[in-house]
Design a protein around this ligand. Sequence first.
Ligand code: HEC
Length: 120
Amino acid sequence: MKKILLATILVTSSLLAQGSEVETLAVEKCGSCHLIGPITKEKLNNMSAPPSWALAKKVNTAYPDRADAIAFIVDYTMSPSEDKMLFSHKTKERFGVMPSQKDMISKDELRAVAKYIIDN
Ligand code: HEC
């Protein structure tokens, strides 16, 4: 019984550690533009892209299937283009099309970050 409890605690804490690692990655790689992480007045005033919760809503609505949603985020982030954009032309006028993050993040990292974004 003690062993099971200990195993449960270990598994749970390693899962939690994984979760916060992904969060750190998301903040680092996407947070400056997409308002991930602690929100400050300064960040709000200098917004340079739709916030991540708006991304999540857009992507989850367009791709209700989780695997499709993740695939879309991975593809768009590596090679964004106007014709793939889910956001309207108003978003484009305000922020421009997202620059490709291909050289900034690996595909595996991006997949984890994509999951984080659609779940948060
Ligand atoms: C330099 C700023 C910047 C960074 C860094 C950035 N983005 Fe973006 N992103 C934008 C802008 C601007 C838009 C809105 C225009 C557009 O949709 O292309 C956007 C839009 C998006 C969209 C919605 C695309 C659509 O359908 O219109 C997704 C998904 C996205 N970003 C994912 C990410 C992920 C994941 C990361 C981190 C790996 C990231 N972005 C990093 C600027 C950025």
